[in-house]
Write a protein that binds this ligand. Structure first.
Ligand code: SF4
Ligand code: SF4
Length: 288
């Protein structure tokens, strides 16, 4: 059987905000949500090799060869003009990796790492690769001590979770909104599957953290926060709940006009959740 390949937007060999400890993070390309608030919108689409971004490149780093886009990293000046030109929020600068490629990277950074995290985009769209990678790590005596985490929007179905959970140590799961109309407006999808995933992951002991993006006038309302408190409490009052703050970095279109979330607003929300009984509410440690 052929080893699955991953289309990767970016790899960080060191991160302390994508799960517990120091982690190697693989950002997989492609997402099934279309959030105006996305800070990395060029990770949403998957390149169809249309070539529309080629004329935008000032350094001739892009070309079409046999109908496929080819990226010359040595010629690139990182101006991101190609990302702005892409009509489907994709990137011509992705790389394809094998499981062995990633294992080699993990081995060379092993001494610094507590684990690895797959993020996105929506990582679970490349589930076969995740299962193959996590399985290989668990079977490798040199790497077996590393924990394997997934950062997800939770839209994955129950049967698919059952395939990946045996080799997964934890999941950071985003809930974008509790009101379904708000969730639809913010993501293009309903929230039923994300809420079901949170319940199921918690029941299997794999829900490491619930994440919630606070956007003024959209998801920072008392009603939304009370629903967040009620939902998290129904799972476990000591569940780790991370509040994130909407900012303008990277966002496009209408979201550029949205108000940014203030530090004071996030702290007030955290206090409201703690007063409602949640014991492990985390707020951003860094503000840009
Ligand atoms: S970021 Fe894109 S447009 Fe800019 S130089 Fe690199 S390939 Fe060309
Ligand atoms: S990155 Fe976008 S514009 Fe460029 S070839 Fe791919 S789909 Fe077309």
């Amino acid at each position: 059987m052929n080893s699955p390949l991953a289309t990767v937007s970016k790899i960080l060999t060191w991160s302390c905000v994508d799960g517990p400890g120091n982690r190697l993070v693989i950002f997989l390309q492609g997402c099934n949500f279309a959030c105006p608030s996305c800070h990395n919108p060029h990770t949403i689409g998957v390149c169809n090799h249309c070539g529309d971004c080629i004329p935008a490149c000032p350094t001739d780093a892009l070309s079409l060869v046999d109908g496929l886009i080819v990226f010359d990293a040595d010629a690139c000046n990182s101006c991101d003009a190609c990302l702005r030109a892409c009509p489907i929020s994709a990137s011509p600068m992705t790389h394809v990796y094998t499981v062995e490629d990633i294992l080699a990277l993990v081995r060379s950074n092993r001494i610094f790492l507590n684990g690895i995290t797959v993020s996105g985009g929506e990582a679970t769209l490349q589930l076969k690769f995740i299962i193959a990678l996590f399985s290989a790590i668990k079977q490798d005596p040199e790497l077996a001590g590393l924990t394997c985490f997934i950062d997800s929007n939770g839209h994955l179905g129950e049967l698919a979770w059952q395939r990946v959970l045996p080799v997964t140590d934890g999941v950071m799961l985003d809930i974008k909104a509790f009101d379904n109309g708000t969730h639809m407006a913010l993501t293009g999808r309903c929230n039923r599957r994300s809420l079901a995933s949170a319940r199921s992951l918690h029941a299997h002991g794999k829900l490491f953290e619930l994440r919630y993006l606070m956007i003024p006038s959209r998801t920072d309302t008392d009603l939304e926060l009370d629903q967040l408190a009620e939902f998290a409490s129904s799972l476990d009052r000591s569940l780790r709940v991370r509040l994130n703050a909407f900012q303008h970095h990277g966002v496009r279109g209408e979201a550029r006009e949205w108000e940014k979330m203030s530090r004071a607003g996030v702290e007030m929300a955290a206090e409201r959740l703690r007063a409602a009984g949640l014991a492990n509410v985390v707020t951003p440690s860094v503000w840009i």
